[in-house]
Design a protein around this ligand. Structure first.
Ligand SMILES: NC(=O)c1ccc[n+]([C@@H]2O[C@H](COP(=O)([O-])OP(=O)(O)OC[C@H]3O[C@@H](n4cnc5c(N)ncnc54)[C@H](O)[C@@H]3O)[C@@H](O)[C@H]2O)c1
Ligand SMILES: O=C/C=C/C=C(\O)C(=O)O
Length: 479
């Protein structure tokens, strides 16, 4: 899919171009237009103009729900194209795109079409004596008004899933959207624009501008005074930069940021299930998912067995995908070297695989299991965002919680135990936004999704997304 901007209903490629490189073998896949400040301004202007029509008007929920369903149907109709585009950009296993990325994209739109009803919460008021002005009964109801122009800035790891996870509720609430996808993965964003164009949404309701972040399209968009809200997923440092850039306009933000997710494996756990789950949570998509585990804490009686079995599973992995770029590959390898320098024992991996084929020109790294580092080590405290975890023992429940919570991040955690009293005692004390017990990445799109501390601001999912992407308005009518 040739990457193009989509502005005010028109596909265009003006601006300088930059190469799109395959992470699988390092070959050039095509050229991507770099949006200039003028292109970004055109997109925001088009989005603003789209709000003067019926889109977003009160009572428009049924039409918007129908539009979201047409988008979902359009994604399904071009399913194979989306799979090809996502696999080409990311190098991920095809099965992942077929079972996760593209089904979730259509699912994101359907989830918010189903959720979207004009839900005036009605209540009758008993005036507060001495405080309410006037007397008698009043009818209160709440309506939701769209925010206006929403900037969506998305990352390269789950390009289609994560952009549509914001686009769907933003459109559901009647906003107009300007999407700036990652420069690493532009293709499915362009294809989505075609689907939305074919779904008949008014021109300007959805726009795409490609390009880089700092000092480029991402920064132009998030600092634009015409933007009414920013929904961003990416690194915590980038979130801080966007916050600074948007501060002058007091632009509201929804941030899904970095993580250093812990797993707590208690000795009473079903160790086979804990092992399977931890292999998935550490190495799915080569660790390039924000929910992936990078710190594993195992109760001491089963520590040696668990480390040995986890390392064996890591060594046996095959068919795993590459890092998204040479730069990210080098970052992950630098942490492998740093961990060694900090005294780690590398019980599996730690280097670059030799395939003996074209993949040797790509950006692969070995799935890696580390032990023996202090909790103060940089490899234990900093997000690596690759197929690597550090495993350490604990002796008590309180120690496990202290270790898990000793992090600047707080996104997601897994807890493995057969003792459900322990599960319900421990889970609420883990300082993350999401705690999976005896499972990982089991998702219900109505639940609150997001992180605490440096892992994010706000929650997405179900009503939580509607709360961010719309303004509730109280109407109080004297009876
Ligand atoms: N919490 C979550 O749900 C979640 C989900 C996926 C990824 N992530 C995080 O994202 C990171 C990996 O993704 P990434 O490398 O694409 O993140 P990134 O922060 O480098 O880039 C994300 C997006 O922001 C843009 N950008 C970069 N600098 C910018 C700036 N100064 N102003 C405006 N836009 C800017 C980029 O062009 C890209 O589109 C990891 O830290 C991962 O933990 C978090
Ligand atoms: O890389 C981060 C993955 C985020 C996943 C979701 O936002 C989701 O499942 O809704």
């Amino acid at each position: 899919m040739k990457a193009e901007h989509y502005v005010g209903g028109v596909f265009r490629s003006d601006g300088p171009a930059f190469p799109l490189v395959s992470p699988v073998d390092g070959t050039e896949l095509g050229a991507v237009p770099e949006a200039t400040r003028e292109v970004v301004d055109d997109a925001v202007t088009a989005a603003r103009a789209a709000l003067t029509g019926t889109w977003g008007a009160p009572g428009g929920e049924p039409e918007r729900a129908a539009a979201l369903r047409r988008i979902a149907d359009g994604i399904d109709a071009r399913f194979a194209e989306f799979v090809e585009a996502e696999v080409a950009d990311t190098g991920r296993p095809r099965e992942f795109a077929e079972t996760v990325d593209v089904p979730r994209a259509a699912g994101n739109f359907r989830a918010y079409a189903d959720l979207l009803y004009g839900r005036p919460e009605r209540s009758y008021t008993t005036p507060v004596p001495g405080w309410s002005v006037g007397a008698g009964q009043a009818l209160n109801y709440t309506v939701r008004r769209p925010l206006g122009v929403v900037a969506v800035v998305s990352p390269w790891n789950l390009p289609l899933l994560l952009s549509t996870w914001k686009i769907a509720p933003a459109l559901a609430c009647g906003n107009a959207v300007v999407l700036k996808p990652s420069e690493e993965t532009p293709s499915t964003a362009t294809l989505l624009a075609h689907v939305i164009a074919d779904a008949g949404l008014p021109d300007g309701v959805f726009n795409v501008v490609h390009g880089h972040g700092a000092g480029a399209a991402g920064e132009f968009l998030t600092g634009h005074q015409g933007v009414d809200a920013i929904a961003f997923t990416g690194e915590s440092a980038t979130g801080a930069a966007i916050m600074r850039n948007a501060a002058d306009h007091v632009t509201p933000v929804s941030f899904e940021l970095g993580g250093k997710n812990p797993a707590l494996v208690f000795a009473d756990a079903d160790l086979d299930a804990a092992l399977d789950g931890t292999v998935r949570s550490c190495f799915t998509h080569s660790g390039q998912i924000c929910l992936c585990t990078e710190r594993v804490y195992v109760e001491r009686p089963v520590f040696d067995e668990f480390v040995a079995r986890l390392a064996a599973r890591a060594r046996a992995l095959d068919g795993y995908g590459p890092m998204i770029s040479a730069e990210h590959r080098d970052k992950v390898l630098s942490y492998y070297a740093l961990a060694r320098a900090e005294g780690a024992t590398v019980v599996a991996g730690g280097g670059v695989p030799e395939f003996g084929d074209a993949r040797d020109g790509g950006f692969h790294v070995e799935p890696t299991v580390l032990t023996g580092l202090p909790e103060t080590a940089r490899a234990v405290r900093e997000e690596i965002f690759g197929p690597v975890c550090h495993v350490a023992p604990f002796d008590t429940e309180d120690e496990a919680l202290r270790l898990a919570n000793d992090s600047p991040y707080g996104l997601a955690a897994t807890v493995w135990t057969r003792d459900l009293s322990r599960a319900h005692r421990v889970a609420p004390r883990v300082e993350t936004g999401i705690v999976w017990v005896n499972c990982w990445n089991l998702r219900d799109l109505r639940t609150p999704f997001g992180g605490v501390k440096a892992s994010g601001i706000g929650r997405e999912g179900g009503e939580y997304s509607l709360d961010f992407f719309s303004e509730p308005v109280n109407v109080c009518v004297q009876i």
